[in-house]
Design a binder for this molecule. Structure first.
Ligand SMILES: [Zn+2]
Length: 120
């Protein structure tokens, strides 16, 4: 059992081990980060006794949007940034997300990706 979450592009494993029984998440996995909104291919650990997917996400500092079968997560760094800006700067969640959209795609023509299961 390796208890890892890994992606082909970003090594997100907590133990630096690629799971031999990895199981891919939905193809539309979306990660909200301070660097923008990203679509990722994510593999979860499929070993016997592995933690649930939400727990695997939290081990790599991703907060899942849903408890069951998460396909959208926000990084802990993004949540902390929002907390600070909201508490000190009174920035609303709407304005924060609009800013994050601009970080993702500055022309504002294309909306950032949203998991097909939870958004439109
Ligand atoms: Zn594994």
């Amino acid at each position: 059992m390796c208890w890892s979450v890994s992606t082909p592009t970003v090594q997100c494993t907590t133990r630096r081990v690629i799971c031999p029984k990895k199981k891919p998440a939905a193809t539309d996995f979306v990660l909200y980060d301070t660097t923008g909104v990203h679509e990722l291919a994510v593999d979860f650990c499929g070993c016997k006794g592995a933690p649930e997917r939400r727990q695997q996400c939290m081990r790599v500092c991703w907060w899942p949007a849903t408890v069951k079968e998460p396909n959208t997560c926000a990084t802990f760094a993004l949540i902390k940034l929002f907390q600070i800006l909201n508490c000190l700067g009174k920035l609303s969640a709407y304005d924060f997300l609009r800013g994050l959209e601009m970080v993702t795609n500055h022309d504002g023509l294309d909306r950032p990706p949203v998991s097909a299961r939870h958004g439109s």
